[in-house]
Design a protein around this ligand. Sequence first.
Ligand SMILES: [Zn+2]
Length: 263
Amino acid sequence: MKHKEKLRALAEKQEPNIQYRYNCFVCNDTKGRLYIKKTGSKILVKCFNDGCRFENGTVLNAEPTYQDTYQKATRQVQDKYQTSQSDVYFKTLPDDYSQTIPKDYKRYLLSLYISDYLIDKYQIGYSNRTDRLVFPASDGYLARSNHSKPKWLNYTNTFYQSLYRKDLPARIFLVEDPISCIRVGEHAQTIALLGTSCSKNLKQYLRNKDVSVWLDGDVAGIKGALKLKKDLTGVSNSVSIIHTDEDPKKYNDKNIAEIIRCS
Ligand SMILES: [Zn+2]
C-alpha cells in the first residue's frame, strides 16, 4: 500500500510515455535501477536489481482505485475518531460512491440529527446510479432510498454496528435501523438489527454479553423486543428492554443519554 502510494507520487510528476529511472526504495538499490513509465491509464514499474519484488514488473492504475481511496479514508476515520474497529470499511462500496449527498437526503439525515460530524465519522455517502444513501459497514454497505422500496438494502454479511469506543460501557444496545444505531452509538455500543429479529451470527456474538433491546415505538417494535428477550435469554448474560413512544433516532442526544442512564 505504501509502495503503491510512493509509486503514484513519482509517476504524477512524470511526462507520460517516457521511462524514468530512480534509486529503488524497495530494495534500497542506489544505481537507479527502478524504471517507472506512465501511460494514459497505467503505471509500469520494473526494478532491474535481482531479487527485488519489482523485478518482474508491476502494473498499477494511474488513478487510485476507489478501494485505495476508501481504505485510506477508513484509516483517517480510525485515527481521527480513535476507534479501534479493525475491519477495513469500503471493501465493496458501489463504484459510484461519492461523499456528495443531494440536498433532500441531507435534509433527511439532519432531521434525524445525523450531523456533518456523524456523516464524516461514518463516511455516509451517496450512489447516484441507485439514488441511495450509502452506509459503509465492516464488510460491505447498507443503502437507503427515500424514493423507492425497499427503503433499505443490505449488502453486508455481518451486522451494522456503531464504531467501537473503549470509553463506553460494555452493555450492547440493539436497535432496528442504522440511523438509530449511529445516534445511540454516540452513547453506547450499538448494533442495528435491520428489522426486529436476531440473526444466528448476531446471537453468537451476543453470547454472555449484557444486552439492552431498544426498538421502535410501534407495535412491531414492542412485539419484536419481547421475542428478542425470549430468544436471548440463556444466551446473553442479561437482557433488558427499553420502550419509548418514538424510535430511538427521533430523540435528541440529551434525551438518548437520559433514556440510557435511566434504563
Ligand atoms: Zn528494487
